[in-house]
Design a protein around this ligand. Sequence first.
Ligand SMILES: *Cc1c(COP(=O)(O)O)cnc(C)c1O
Length: 347
Amino acid sequence: MATATVTIDLNAIRQNWQKLRTISSKDTAAVVKANAYGLGVKQVAKALYDEGAKIFFVATAEEGAELRFILGKIPEIYIFSGHMIDDTELIKNHNLIPLINSIDQLSRHSELLKEKKFGVQLDTGMNRLGMEPMEWEAVKERALSLNPVLIMSHLACADDPKHKMNVTQLNTFRNLTNKINIKKSLAATGGILLGPEYHFDLTRPGIGIYGCSPMKDCLPVIKIDIPVIQIRDIRSGETVGYGNTWTSTAKKRIATISAGYADGIFRVTGQKTKLYFEEIGCPIVGRISMDLIGVDITDLNVEPDKLELINSQQTVDKIAKCAGTIGYEFLTSLGHRYNRYYKGVSK
Ligand SMILES: *Cc1c(COP(=O)(O)O)cnc(C)c1O
């Protein structure tokens, strides 16, 4: 079989969530948007629910409806994008909680789903989603009279603990929610690590559950194995791959492995990245193709039938860095072609 395998360790996911829960002052939710950061919302959300997570966040009402189908009636499911036109039926039928982020959305929700729960999303400086302080002042009384169940905001720079934006947003959030006796939430993974003053009533970790930076001391969650299709010996002066971008300077042994940029191994990942056989790292040579990558395996004294892209030596954070990106983007770019194998599925 030429299909590469992502092994997803649900026990590591459970333990990472428990760790975030231990650090958090009060309740801890789980963010499972974008198919649980690409790792499979069905398996991941179930594992977290069985582990005690009862509050979930997703990006869209469609994701919320899917999650409701997976987890059943009990958990609270919040929708970051709020109540968009055409979301009404989904919100109603699947008992979702939109995080209202504008006066327009507040009007829509109060007209169409007056009796249905909602939360409020405030913008404390990121300028992405949520009501601005002025808008909030204008509708605060009306919004509070409708009994929102949560008030939240999101930090722009929480992955950098020294950034002064963190304190600025914290103070803005405090001012905007002062004397309001409703559940409050500000921190995602980065915010949890900033300290308890950022935690309020509910934290919303995502990436830390999935074992990546800015979370510290978490367990790695994925491993990637890629089958070797062919092995050949080349002479000094021969080239490998499209565009002849790499020329061998000696006799080399080249393995062609079965994955490429269609599998989220970005072309820019290039030659800093290695494929591993046990402890030995073998560099990528030549351009990464859609489905294939050349690897210099001259240093191996075996002919491997597969090589590892992600393992304890080359973590998601490390390969993301090689590609000039972050773990979030690597995970959500893995694509549909992998054989996904789940370790630790509960009976
Ligand atoms: C994605 C997201 C989170 C989770 O963030 P992580 O950095 O992955 O922990 C929390 N809150 C909001 C508003 C988000 O968009």
